[in-house]
Design a protein around this ligand. Structure first.
Ligand SMILES: [Zn+2]
Length: 449
């Protein structure tokens, strides 16, 4: 018999002095499933926790948040989903007839088709008409905030809420995830204040239901982050998902594109996510990454709070004084694009731009080696347009060191001896500028042998 995930009836629980809020409200449901990490069948609570000030928005009479939150782990581990409380009929129809068959057919090497079983409901949920987007503080989310916040002319589509969720994590350590979430939420509250919106922080233990190191969990941000919006259907009518890539890079098979995730087909995913009460829209697909950076560059809030860095999300320690480390695979492309578009100085509060300038050739060369072709081309094109010089040393670092070195490391990544020498000589810190959480994983593995 096929394995299944069983979702019981959702309920709301109030917690005084939770790890996050003075007074929290949680949308909870008991879940029974085979834990993909320890291979044991467990019954435990999945929850979405918010400040109790927003408790009226929690939607207990739908299973949508739980089904959508667990959808990818179900497809990844070949489990059907059974739910007790009705799911929105429209969402179910689109998932069963379009999303699940089409996405699994195009990515058979790591996900498989599953069944959703349970009652359905087509009744609308009364809501307060909220318009929200996920706010990570990064380039794509700021593009949505600027475009559909202050610059949005149609009142019914103007942002009213910014949603910041813990489900974007790439880490599995609950202590680190909680502390990163709390610190970042404060920054999101400042962004909300300056953009005349309300910040809603959603802390969830959804990551505990996914196989670590994450593949599925970090591949499908649209559905996992979207789960938090379904939890709040009594507040939200519109939800914007900021696309990672322009429509020109659309493909349904993630294996065809190097270093990309399922956001390359966000336009399809988001088209399947509506319920009778909540409409999802994908934003930013009309613009390339560098177009988005240029679009937000004049915005004072973006200049103060742009957050591109991924090292804390990955569980690495941040040692810099700035919000952004300036070295990782998210910071470096953003810095190079800001430099190429002649916008670097505007972001001196969030990046150490003097350090970037001191090692300009080396930094640009490294960015060319760690990022995809389209990001590289966009930087060169815009630099030509803006008459910004890409130094010759950038190409020397790229061809003479970073490209061959990273190529070799990729080939030898599973060789224990090479990795041991790599960490013993601190080459990770010397080359990348920070210590990745992979170091802990490698040490743990060594000790267990
Ligand atoms: Zn960074």
């Amino acid at each position: 018999m096929r394995s299944k995930i069983v979702i019981e009836k959702p309920y709301v629980e109030y917690v005084h002095k939770s790890k996050i809020y003075a007074d929290a409200a949680r949308l909870c449901a008991n879940i029974t499933m085979l834990n993909p990490n320890n291979k044991k069948t467990e019954r435990k609570v999945l929850y979405f926790e918010i400040d109790s000030a927003f408790a009226d928005g929690l939607t207990v009479n739908r299973s949508d948040a739980f089904v959508m939150g667990l959808l990818t782990t179900a497809m990844e581990n070949d489990m059907d989903i059974q739910f007790e409380t009705p799911m929105s009929e429209k969402l179910y129809f689109q998932m069963v007839n379009q999303f699940i068959p089409i996405v699994t057919e195009n990515n058979p090497s790591w996900i498989s088709p599953i069944k959703l079983n349970g009652p359905l409901i087509s009744e609308r949920i009364e809501n307060t008409g909220g318009v929200a987007t996920g706010c990570s503080g990064g380039v794509d989310s700021f593009y949505t905030i600027v475009k559909h916040g202050i610059r949005e002319k149609i009142k019914n589509y103007k942002l009213t809420h910014l949603l910041f969720a813990s489900v974007g994590t790439l880490d599995d350590d609950n202590g680190r995830i909680t502390s990163y979430f709390k610190n970042t939420l404060k920054r999101m509250e400042h962004i909300a204040e300056e953009t005349d919106t309300k910040a809603v922080g959603v802390y969830s233990n959804l990551h505990e239901f996914y196989k670590f190191p994450y593949k599925g969990f970090s591949m499908f941000y649209a559905t996992t982050y979207g789960a938090c919006a379904y939890a709040l259907q009594k507040i939200l009518r519109v939800y914007y998902i900021s696309a990672g890539y322009p429509i020109s890079e659309f493909t349904l098979n993630v294996n065809k594109v190097k270093e990309y995730d399922a956001s390359v087909f966000d336009v399809f995913t988001v088209g399947c996510m509506d319920t009778e009460s909540l409409s999802f829209y994908v934003t930013g697909i009309e613009a390339t990454r560098i177009d988005r950076i240029n679009y937000i560059a004049k915005d004072k809030t973006a200049q103060k709070y742009l957050t591109t860095c991924s090292i804390e999300l990955e569980g690495s320690e941040k040692r810099q004084n700035y919000i952004n480390c300036g070295h990782c695979h998210k910071c470096l492309p953003a810095l190079v694009h800001l430099y190429a578009g002649n916008n670097l100085d505007k972001f001196k509060n969030v990046f150490d731009i003097e350090e970037f300038k001191r090692k300009k050739g080396k930094n640009i060369g490294k960015m060319m080696a760690i990022t995809n072709t389209s990001y590289r081309r966009q930087a060169i094109t815009i630099a030509k347009e803006k008459k910004v010089k890409i130094p010759v040393t950038a190409y020397l670092w790229y061809w003479g060191f970073y490209k061959p070195f990273f190529g070799l490391m990729h080939l030898l990544k599973n060789n224990r001896l090479v990795r041991d020498v790599y960490y013993r000589l601190n080459l990770d810190i010397k080359i990348h500028g920070y210590r990745n959480a992979k170091y802990d994983a490698f040490n743990k593995k060594l000790k267990s042998k």
